[in-house]
Design a protein around this ligand. Structure first.
Ligand SMILES: NC(=O)c1ccc[n+]([C@@H]2O[C@H](COP(=O)([O-])OP(=O)(O)OC[C@H]3O[C@@H](n4cnc5c(N)ncnc54)[C@H](O)[C@@H]3O)[C@@H](O)[C@H]2O)c1
Length: 343
């Protein structure tokens, strides 16, 4: 199957391209990026075609599927154009800038009959699917509450060059804050892992430390603290941020009627502490040593869904749900009140 990449930056180079090159069912055929030379350089390396416009690229002969790896403010228009041209689409997270855009993308996917899958790759991480399986087995009884963290030192840290790094947030303005960019992973996981629906949220969205090159704080939040209520009465706390310096924080604790489940990062592991005093420990470090396999596996899942005609592993509908929760969190941050999720 011929596949294409739209947006040839970090995530395309680090995950999508290696995954398509390694997958026996795919041929990397077409690339597009408006930044001069970016698509051409990769096209030369991988014997693919580079295009100067999205429209031309989408007309590449025999092209069946594309990955949309652009910044999120372009996802809506590009995904709709790709679906209209008859392509299956794997769209990076977050699906869009808001739920209204995401809904239009979902509707276009329905109209086109093509697969639109959202790249919420953290579902593939072993600690997460292991936790989901154990919760379904009832290992800690009925989950009552949780606290979940996902924070690191910021998106600018990986940028090459001191000057580029210092002015990163000048260019980033308008892309949304850490909740949209990073917190979306946890919102997707909560619904998926617990088989629940988030029904209302209360958020505090401060900007604590990230600055533009003129020294002023960025407009959007660099830290998010959110209280979450779900349909069944399950409730929890989410912390996500770009101001965690020195180490990342990816831990989650789940408190159930029969015990506690802890997902650790250092080393990757999962522990169950039963009410009876029994402790079960799962060493997941072999998984972590395999590097980014968990991240690229989502791309293989997409290809399997296309070749076997299955429903998307992360559906457009689930992407819309995630965006509805993110909209509610943004509204709660503005108003300082609990906000119900619009269905
Ligand atoms: N799933 C994950 O864990 C994960 C991790 C990192 C990034 N992402 C997501 O991937 C997307 C891209 O992030 P990135 O880190 O690769 O960013 P990046 O800035 O490294 O790359 C984005 C690329 O898109 C190109 N681009 C910009 N506008 C375009 C347009 N209109 N059409 C085509 N190309 C365009 C840019 O020139 C650039 O090459 C974002 O939505 C981000 O949230 C997901």
């Amino acid at each position: 199957m011929k596949v294409g990449i739209i947006g040839c930056g970090g995530i395309a180079r680090g995950r999508h391209i290696p995954a398509y090159l390694a997958n026996p069912h795919t041929q990397l055929a077409a690339l597009y990026d408006p930044a001069a030379g970016r698509a051409e350089e990769l096209a030369a390396e991988y014997h693919a075609a580079a295009y100067e416009s999205l429209e031309e690229m989408l007309m590449h002969p025999g092209l069946e599927a594309v990955s949309v790896c652009t910044p999120e403010q372009y996802h809506h228009d590009i995904v709709i154009a790709a679906l209209r041209s008859g392509k299956h689409v794997l769209c990076e997270k977050p699906m869009a800038m808001n739920a209204a855009q995401a809904k239009e993308m979902e509707q276009e996917a329905e109209r086109s009959g093509k697969i639109l899958m959202i790249s919420h790759n953290q579902r593939i991480y072993e600690p997460h699917w292991k936790a989901k399986a154990l919760l379904e087995e009832g290992v800690i009884g009925k989950p009552l509450s949780f606290r979940t963290f996902l924070s690191h030192s910021g998106p600018e840290q990986g940028v090459m060059g001191e000057e580029e790094r210092a002015s990163f947030f000048d260019r980033f303005e308008g892309n949304g804050g850490v909740m949209l960019s990073v917190g979306c992973h946890r919102i997707d996981l909560i619904d998926w892992m617990f088989g629940e629906r988030i029904t209302s949220v209360m958020a505090y969205l401060p900007t604590l430390d990230k600055r533009k090159s003129d020294g002023t704080l960025i407009r959007d939040e660099d830290t998010a603290m959110v209280l979450i209520r779900c349909g069944s009465g399950l409730s929890g706390m989410l912390y996500t941020g770009w101001c965690t310096y020195g180490c990342a924080d990816r831990e989650t604790h789940i408190f159930g009627t029969e015990g506690v489940m802890k997902l650790f990062e250092d080393p990757w592991s999962l522990a169950v502490y039963k009410k009876s005093g029994e402790k079960i420990y799962y060493d997941l470090s072999p998984w972590a040593k395999k590097g980014s396999e968990g991240a690229t596996a989502i791309i293989d899942r997409f290809i399997t869904c296309v070749t076997e005609g299955k429903e998307a592993f992360v559906t457009a509908q689930e992407g819309v749900r995630c965006m509805q929760v993110l909209d509610a969190i943004a509204e709660s941050g503005r108003t300082g009140t609990w906000v119900n999720i619009k269905q």
